[in-house]
Design a protein around this ligand. Sequence first.
Ligand SMILES: Nc1nc2c(ncn2[C@@H]2O[C@H](COP(=O)(O)OP(=O)(O)OP(=O)(O)O)[C@@H](O)[C@H]2O)c(=O)[nH]1
Length: 375
Amino acid sequence: MRLGTWILDKAAGSDSRMRRLIAYWGATLLLYAFALAFLWIDVEFGEASRLIATIFTVLVLMGEAAFFWVIRKHERLGITTAQLSIYQSWFAIFCVALAYTGQGPLRGATLLGLFVVLIFSAFSLKAREARALSIFVVVFLGGAMLSMPFTVPQFFDLKTELLHSMLAGSALLVVGVINGRLSDLRSSLKAQREELRVAAETNRMLATTDELTSLPNRRYMAELLRCQEQRRTPSVTSFCLALLDLDGFKKINDLYGHDTGDEVLKQFAQLGRRQLRKNDVLARWGGEEFLLYLPGTILQDAHGVLERMRQQVQHAHLLNQAGKISYTFSAGLVELTLDEPVEHGIRRADALLYRAKQRGRNLIEMNAIDDSITV
Ligand SMILES: Nc1nc2c(ncn2[C@@H]2O[C@H](COP(=O)(O)OP(=O)(O)OP(=O)(O)O)[C@@H](O)[C@H]2O)c(=O)[nH]1
């Protein structure tokens, strides 16, 4: 076991796909070794052709060496693993046919190799590819079997060859049925995998996205800030946080209804997002409150962004049956110190937001890092 792992380490490295391919290759090498031993024993008993045994041996050794090289380089050569399987199967069938023609009376045993190749192909090839391989077997091996009694009648008799052809034909039939079933199974597994992938993606989306506004939700933002906090180093440039809250939102709900309130929240989210860079994140923090994360931004620049957003929102309006509904927001903006916990930064932003509300709303309140504000 340990020896096998050691050989795999040396031959295939650590890539699991390469290890699998080389392991398959090793299994075929073992099979060829058995076939060669069998053939050479037959040669020693004077029952098989030494010439064909020699050709077969050279062919197998060169073929296997070439396949080892191709498997190792298949990605660089642009060969898929399915193509590799096809080439290996065709080569194996060719070898089976050659060994068959050179073997003595025990050549029927060579057909065992054919069964192995066909079963292997049922697992690795698509139904269409396996069909093409079966046709190759019928034409090539069947042709070899049936032509031998006429070309070397002293060694091959027609009755035996017909029996062997029927045996090979029934193997093809069985493999054809197995392959059809495997192909169905593979298709349904693929469909299930895709369903699972979509379900996982939907779950991830639902877990991190606010359903109403389609903005990232509080859970996502909290996680993002937690990661940001862990990654903070002196070389990381400053970042800002702002808490935004719609002004008099309760009144909008009361006057126009909850559904209209929802529409306002959605429109606000769209307007807000439009003002931001790709790396900025606006999340729904809860109710009509939003948290804005501006990485790599100093306080003055962040204030510029928020001010633009404030003006945009102030001049926009929601159009519904009740007419034009205007709304505004207030915000508390802070730049975080290098060692300041995010939680503390958010509390400072909240205190500033409160100050903006106190001072009349539709305002952005900010303070420098060392500015004192009770949190
Ligand atoms: N339509 C709607 N309303 C919500 C949602 N979440 C919270 N609200 C409402 O938002 C309102 C917030 O009201 P308040 O906290 O009094 O704040 P405000 O009326 O905006 O007043 P100020 O913040 O002081 O300007 C409440 O009436 C909540 O019911 C929501 O998802 N949809």
